[in-house]
Design a protein around this ligand. Structure first.
Ligand code: 5AD
Ligand code: SF4
Length: 590
């Protein structure tokens, strides 16, 4: 998934309590390892109101044995607590302690699009507890970093940021409530309480499945104690957390459909930080997509670590469904999963919600592409002909060491099959340069695969050894950093050359562009994306409004415009607007 930094997500709203709400929000991990703050802050009483004394009394009473037993429960599993355990936990930190607050929270996002989505989830849970959101760091009472662990560099950036925040915290005036700092997401999950030990100024640590517990964790932090919940769940999908559009100009949205990963690629930390695969029930996805359509959103990207491994077992009638076949020549480390509504069924239903809404999905795994998916993409004019097909390497030997479950040949056969099934499809991929044992010959195989597949977009990374992974335990990180870097640069250069050729194929042709807004480089131009997700720039001028009455308009964000492409680079297309259009009307121009 595309890396990005410091993104503020939109607003989301909790629809209603799910059946299991009270139980799931009960803490199963209790942790208050030390008290970095000496005594309450003068303004705390004001903020916490009369409930503070009762809250302190509860904290002073401490946890019962039950809490410690819960704390040592295996982290992989999540289940509803029996009623008596629930009451016990409630007795310890009751509703008074979680009373509404007026604290201002600043959220900062690192890593992939999943983290942007998680930021919105965390925010809507906090909003429901009365937190206000600020986009100004200096104004914040609570700073939460939604973190990434995928490569060492991502974590280093966050440690540096924490150093800066430590200074901010210690400079805080005594007339203000103490600043609280929380680490959320993958880094929280990977390092768990170690973060609290290493960085005494961090107050809260919450893993990707613990966001419902944030109000409680912050309430504990308000008492001056550190708090952590890093339990992974088998079923948490935050299905009941629905988005609310904050900006009317917003044309595109992401909808989370599944979480976690069962693939265990040997280099990857994700299965350890985000846990097992689980799919969000289709009914709640359709409801969210409908809501977004009603709000005027024109493009939805279905989101998940392995979107096309989607398997909804929430309805009885889905259980008898035949298993979806793997792509030819692909295998998995786990046994075939039986039953459930699969990705093609979901895509079918989602694409019918609004024929004028574009549908994309990311990030898929190449193993889960049955023909049904391609057939749907061919038939439905609103499902974009754009596929992310992460290869990781072009060498079968390296792919085996990576435990990807396919060979170079099987991958290339899949690419040919996709191109034959979906003429004009735009392809993208991920690659890792310098994986354990990668020789110069292996690297050249990746270069040649990049040339053969000719991607429109690629995300290329230098290998970064991660603890806990199979590669960490079994393989040697033996490619020197400078060699990794040199190979990375070579792969980038080859990718760019090929992408320029791939994009040049659109020159002279009309493309349907969804307008996002003014171009950042020149305000007299508009910027949008074509069906293949390539950026298109064109002049912001009057054009035929597409009504057939001969009137003209200037295109607005959210409009579809037919643009005739005049030039292309490896990243951008440029052209002239022909007319405003609709997806249905311009299906032939994809
Ligand atoms: N080192 C470098 N890149 C990695 N990725 C995943 N794990 C690592 C790692 N340890 C890359 C893969 C994946 C993308 C999201 O990040 O290419 O597809
Ligand atoms: Fe990591 Fe592989 Fe899962 Fe992708 S499919 S998240 S690379 S383990």
């Amino acid at each position: 998934m595309q890396p990005l930094q410091h993104v503020l997500g939109g607003t989301r709203l909790l629809r209603q309590r799910p059946a299991c709400w009270t139980l799931r929000s009960v803490p199963r991990a209790w942790s208050a390892t030390c008290s970095p703050d000496s005594g309450p802050h003068p303004r705390e009483t004001k903020h916490m109101g009369g409930g503070l004394e009762a809250f302190r009394a509860k904290l002073a009473a401490g946890p019962t044995m039950q809490h410690f037993l819960q704390d040592v429960a295996p982290v992989q599993e999540s289940r509803c607590l029996p009623d008596d355990a629930k009451e016990d936990s409630d007795h310890y930190l009751g509703s008074g302690a979680l009373a509404e607050t007026t604290r201002k929270v600043y959220l900062e996002t690192y890593g992939c699009q999943m983290n942007v989505n998680d930021t919105e989830i965390a925010w809507s849970i906090l909003q429901r507890s009365g937190y206000l959101r600020t986009s100004r760091l200096e104004e914040a009472d609570v700073i939460l970093l939604v973190t990434c662990s995928i490569r060492e560099k991502a974590e280093r950036t966050i440690w540096n940021r924490l150093r800066h925040l430590r200074a901010l915290k210690s400079k805080r005036s005594s007339s203000q409530v103490p600043l609280r700092i929380g680490i959320l997401g993958c880094m929280a999950e990977r390092l768990k309480e170690k973060i609290l030990e290493q960085e005494k100024m961090v107050d809260v640590v919450a893993g990707p499945d613990a966001y419902r517990d944030l109000p409680r964790l912050l309430a504990v932090a308000e008492s001056g104690q550190q708090a952590a919940n890093v339990l992974l769940s088998l079923d948490e999908t935050y299905a009941d957390v629905l988005p609310v559009q904050t900006s009317s100009s917003s044309t595109a949205a992401f909808v989370s459909i599944m979480r976690g990963c069962d693939n265990m690629c040997s280099y990857c930390i994700v299965p350890f930080t985000r846990g097992r695969e689980r799919s969000r029930p289709v009914a709640s996805i359709l409801q969210e997509v409908q809501l977004l359509s009603d709000q005027g959103v024109k493009e939805v990207t279905l989101l998940g670590q392995n979107v096309n491994s989607y398997r909804d077992t929430s309805e009885v009638q889905f259980l008898s469904a035949a298993p979806a076949p793997l792509s030819r020549g692909f295998s998995t480390v786990y046994k075939t999963k039986q039953g459930g509504l699969r990705f093609a069924g979901l895509l079918d239903r989602v694409s019918l919600v609004d024929p004028e809404m574009r549908i994309r999905f990311t990030s898929p795994h190449p193993k889960d592409f049955p023909d049904e998916v391609f057939q749907l993409m061919r038939e439905r004019h609103n499902v974009c002909r754009q596929l992310h097909v992460p290869a990781q390497s072009g060498s079968s030997r390296v792919l085996e060491a990576m435990r990807r479950g396919y060979s170079r040949e099987a991958y290339l056969e899949l690419v040919h099959h996709i191109r034959a099934s979906l003429p004009g499809v735009s392809l993208s991929s991920d690659f890792i340069a310098g994986f354990c044992g990668e020789t110069e010959a292996d690297h050249q195989q990746t270069v040649s695969l990049l040339r053969q597949a000719r991607y429109n977009a690629a995300f290329i990374f230098a290998y970064s050894m991660r603890q806990k992974t199979r590669a960490f335990h079994r393989l040697q990180d033996d490619v020197p950093s400078e060699v990794k870097l040199r190979r990375l640069k070579e792969l980038m250069a080859v990718f760019r050359e090929e992408a320029a050729v791939a994009n040049a194929a659109t020159v002279g042709r009309a493309q349907v562009v969804l307008v996002e807004g003014p171009s950042r480089r020149s305000p007299s131009d508009l910027c949008g994306r074509n069906d293949g997700n390539i950026k298109v720039i064109f002049p912001d001028v009057e054009m035929d409004d597409g009504s057939g009455r001969g009137s003209t308009v200037k295109a607005q964000p959210g409009d579809y415009v037919l643009v005739k492409i005049s030039s292309a680079s490896s990243q951008t297309l440029k052209g002239a607007p022909l007319r405003r259009t609709t997806l249905r009307e311009s299906a032939e121009f994809r």
